[in-house]
Design a protein around this ligand. Structure first.
Ligand code: GLN
Length: 483
């Protein structure tokens, strides 16, 4: 039962082959049995899950239908869930029970999803390895000595290990696509503004975007359908109609113009990954796509710009965690300053503190022009590169990551080494574009992802291309041994 995709579950429920309650029980038992190896969950919500599953079964019995009605999922632990701990992977919020549901959570609940739990993540979504979580590192089910990617590593490891069919995640600089690549999943970061950020705890507000992590493009289409849409509670939400993503999966790729940036294949890319990307290009050519070399000349400046902008926004967003209103508070504060200092010093981990300091520095008088303003100018250049490229091509293709998943601990002493791994993903966040990662093969038994980028609001095009690719390849069907 645990091998089913969301699409298969929807068919099985509609055909009354099993109930949502039965499936939920199987998956909860599987999580209890297998998750100790992975650490992919921070909280399990068994009671809520069984309640929601029974309610979904009752709705089906009353004649209701829907692809998500009775579908078991989990939420990354930065989506607020009413009455349930929403920790953001941090000691700071270990005791925080959200007073309301995030829009993503309430929309999916209304569609009938069953919440099995809240997944582990890098603290405040800062990281690429899921090692900065206060709840401990998450392991990659493909090799338990390797990282699953981050920051949505819990969602990725759980779905890859078949603990559940799909999960929500967020992507500020790659946190959906990179863990998807590292664990052989399909993950989609939508256009900035496509999915509401209301109730999604902020890391860097101008970059953060929620999206689906699943095994197939078809399942990403199903989950995105339940997440996307205008939300008056989010001032950056965009009032654009949401297309029927599942209906668009079968479009022909004949004549699709794929741009391959020459900058993507420079030094730093594992040559074995480069080969797998070439194979995926050939596969898409067989389906009728036309390949064109393009250039994204400002890509080289994206990492430094991102690692100024994201920490700057984080330093501002995280100022609300002061030990006064919610979250961790130190014992016996001597005075207000002592309360702030010790609460924040104890509540935040090293990576979060590093970023707050970098961000506060970049925003301070005298340095603002030199760092923050400069980074914003680069951000515009990166966007202009994409706009020029999309005049010539329909999608852009390349690797999702320069290397496969590294060993746990391998980059802990050198944060910049980890930052460099984000080279292919962060440009989409700087520009606000949608991006998808899908399985493209293996290197030393570890999964490799190919990334597709599209113009604004062309999530449907990404899902269509990925679905057609998956109808003709079987990388996405491979299961990690032991799961
Ligand atoms: N690795 C990037 C960072 O640490 C991206 C994280 C994310 O997308 N949340 O900022």
């Amino acid at each position: 039962m645990h091998q089913m995709t969301l699409a298969e579950i929807a068919r099985g429920l509609a055909d009354k082959k099993f109930s949502s309650e039965e499936l939920t029980k199987v998956l909860l038992a599987r999580i209890t049995q297998l998750d100790p190896q992975l650490n992919s969950f921070i909280s399990l919500t068994e009671e809520l899950a069984l309640e929601q599953a029974k309610a979904a079964d009752a709705r089906r019995a009353n004649g209701e239908s829907g692809a998500l009605l009775g579908a078991p999922i989990a939420h990354k632990d930065l989506f607020c869930t009413q009455g349930i701990r929403t920790s953001c992977g941090s000691k700071m919020l270990d005791n925080f029970k959200a007073p309301y549901d995030a829009t993503v959570v309430s929309k999916l609940a209304a569609a009938g999803t069953v919440t099995l739990g809240k997944t582990n993540m890098d603290e405040f979504a800062m990281g690429s390895a899921n090692e900065s979580s206060w709840y401990g590192a998450v392991k990659n089910p493909w090799n338990l000595e390797h990282v699953p990617g981050g920051s949505s590593g819990g969602s990725a490891a759980a779905v890859a290990a078949r603990l559940l069919p799909a999960a929500t995640a967020t992507d500020t600089g790659g946190s959906i696509r990179q863990p998807a690549a590292f664990t052989n999943l399909t993950g989609l970061k939508p256009t900035y503004g496509r999915v509401s950020r209301w109730g999604m705890i902020a890391y860097a507000s101008s970059l953060d975007q929620g999206g689906p992590l699943a095994r197939t493009a078809e399942d990403c289409a199903i989950l995105l359908q339940g997440m996307a849409g205008f939300d008056p509670n989010d001032s950056t939400s965009i009032d654009e109609p949401v297309p029927d993503y599942a209906a668009g999966l079968n479009g022909s790729l004949q004549g699709l113009r794929i741009g391959v940036p020459k900058e993507y294949f420079g030094a730093g890319l594992d040559p074995r990954i480069a080969d797998l990307i070439q194979n995926s290009i050939k596969e898409l050519q067989k389906l009728g796509a036309v390949i064109k070399e393009i250039s994204l000349p400002n890509m080289q400046h994206a990492i430094p710009a991102y690692y100024v902008i994201a920490p700057a926004e984080a330093s501002s967003n995280l100022s609300r965690f002061d030990g006064v209103r919610f979250g961790h508070r130190c014992e016996d504060p001597k005075n207000l300053e002592d309360l702030y200092k010790r609460s924040r010093g104890e509540g935040f981990g090293a990576e979060v503190q590093r970023r707050i300091m970098v961000g506060a520095y970049a925003l301070s008088a005298g340095y603002y022009d030199a760092y923050y303003l400069k980074a914003q100018k680069i951000r515009r250049l990166v966007k202009n590169d994409f706009m020029a490229a999309f005049n010539e091509v329909d999608i852009i293709l390349g690797p999702t990551t320069p290397n496969p998943a590294w060993k746990l601990g391998a980059k802990n002493s050198d944060p910049v080494a980890a930052y460099l791994e984000d080279v292919y993903t962060i440009t989409a966040n700087l520009a606000g574009l949608p991006g998808l990662s899908m399985p493209a093969g293996f290197v030393d038994g570890l999964p490799v992802g190919v990334q597709l980028l599209a113009p604004y609001f062309q999530e449907g095009r990404l899902l269509n291309v990925a679905h057609q690719y998956q109808l003709n390849t079987d990388w996405h069907t491979r299961t990690p041994t032991g799961f």
